[in-house]
Design a binder for this molecule. Structure first.
Ligand SMILES: *Cc1c(COP(=O)(O)O)cnc(C)c1O
Length: 220
């Protein structure tokens, strides 16, 4: 990652590494945290629940990066999740707010954008993001940190790059038009196969699984 930053002319400290630990056994996650990693992302509540006992006592930040169903919100809030990177619908926004209000707390969020326009992917259509952000502003319980996308999965680097450029441009416009404050500037984008491209396009968080833990046996 340091090398990718160097090549992109960016400081190594300007990009955080999030370990995408879906299907990874807790002892391996523990080893990574003890080696100095600080940011862990899971896609499913069940995995937070299952791994939690073995990771207790360790200090690290948890992000939720999967699709969150509204009926799982209450459960998720038990696991000390700092940021939900996958806020992708009005319905989820409203349900989260209601639950957080009843618990008297707030949570960090990122807005997930479907930058590749693939029907199979979650995330807002780029054209809907600004109206979504205006609605989001009304909720004190949801602290917007930035934007997240799962880029196009393709061997054509330039096609992949367009996903990431799109997310950066959305953020830049949202900030320059005053729709979000300058602090809401995180760009969570880039996975094992395309982290260099994502870093060139301005990623502040890359989410890496296989390049660190090896190929997953199941792909959930
Ligand atoms: C699995 C996953 C990643 C990491 O993917 P790799 O290709 O294993 O690096 C990143 N983001 C999300 C949302 C994921 O589900």
């Amino acid at each position: 990652m340091t090398l990718a930053c160097e090549k992109a002319g960016r400081e190594a400290g300007s990009v955080r590494l999030l370990l995408a630990t879906k299907t990874v056994a807790p002892d391996r996650i523990r080893t990574a945290i003890e080696a100095g990693e600080t940011l862990i992302g899971e896609n499913r509540i069940q995995e937070f629940a299952a791994k939690n006992p073995e990771l207790s006592g360790l200090k690290y930040e948890r992000h939720f990066i999967g699709h969150l169903q509204t009926n799982k919100i209450k459960d998720m809030l038990k696991y000390d999740v700092k940021c939900i990177q996958s806020l992708d619908s009005m319905e989820l926004m409203h349900s989260l707010d209601r639950r957080l209000q009843s618990e008297g707390r707030s949570i960090d969020v990122m807005v997930q954008v479907n930058t590749s326009f693939e029907a199979s992917k979650f995330g807002l259509n780029p054209g809907d993001v600004f109206s979504f952000l205006k609605e989001l502003k009304k909720y004190d319980t949801l602290k917007l940190k930035g934007f997240m996308t799962i880029g196009l999965f393709d061997s054509d680097t330039e096609a992949v790059r367009r996903s990431y450029t799109r997310l950066r441009e959305i953020r830049d416009r949202a900030i320059s038009e005053g729709i979000v404050p300058p602090e809401s500037s995180e760009l969570s984008m880039g996975m094992s196969s395309d982290l260099e491209t994502a870093i060139e396009e301005g990623a502040t968080i890359v989410r890496i699984g296989t390049a660190i833990f090896g190929t997953r046996t199941s792909n959930r």
